[in-house]
Write a protein that binds this ligand. Structure first.
Ligand code: URA
Length: 196
């Protein structure tokens, strides 16, 4: 087994052709942010702007996500953000089970490298592919699941909030649950960069 490093991760994603999604994209979107962050956010897959720029969550949904994080005092560059699939599915369709499974190798490596204490799962695709296919986002959002010492919470995808602003109240409650969990785990200092 080669040692897991960011160099290995980058080259593995760059060379990846494990599913057909890489055909016709502009850029792969591995993810970005603080590689030592105690908080990781996982979305579904790159949209059009992300595909053009090679960066996760930089389009309209990403701008909303940035505001939501700031509302609980988290500067976005202090967290790590990535997606279930690293290549944009055509017409922003939901990635298939096979595509998500093929890309899981990369996500597992990211989690092993960042070693977050808390993971927020943005939307159904992120939640089902990490916690299990039985997860229902409307039923299970806002709940904490512990997996191998990592706290994971599904919540609505910011794109869903843009489509249906009535969901924003519940999304705000979830952000407060996130803030409470980070406080409970004494992680706010890490995220503000003021801790030891
Ligand atoms: N939606 C996602 O799930 N991820 C992105 O990076 C952008 C939009």
């Amino acid at each position: 087994m080669p040692e897991i490093t960011w160099e290995l991760f980058d080259s593995q994603v760059a060379a990846c052709g494990m599913c057909g999604l890489y055909q016709g994209i502009h850029h792969k979107v591995p993810g970005q942010g603080d590689i030592h962050a105690p908080l990781m956010l996982i979305g579904e897959g790159p949209g059009q702007v992300e595909d053009e720029e090679g960066l996760a969550f930089v389009g309209p949904a990403g701008q909303l996500l940035t505001r939501m994080l700031l509302a609980i005092g988290l500067p976005r560059d202090r967290v790590y953000i990535c997606n279930i699939v690293k290549c944009r599915p055509p017409h922003n369709r939901v990635p298939t089970e096979e595509e998500a499974a093929a890309c899981m190798l990369h996500l597992r490596m990211q989690v092993a490298l960042v070693r977050p204490r808390v993971i927020v799962l943005l939307g159904s695709t992120a939640a089902k592919n990490t916690l299990g296919p039985e997860i229902r986002i409307t039923r299970d959002r806002g709940q904490w699941f512990e997996r191998k010492g990592v706290w994971m919470m599904p919540t609505f995808h910011p794109s869903a909030l843009l489509r249906d602003p009535d969901k924003k109240r519940e999304a705000w409650e979830d952000m407060q649950r996130l803030r409470d969990k980070l406080m409970e785990l004494h992680l706010y200092d890490d995220l503000y960069g003021t801790g030891s």
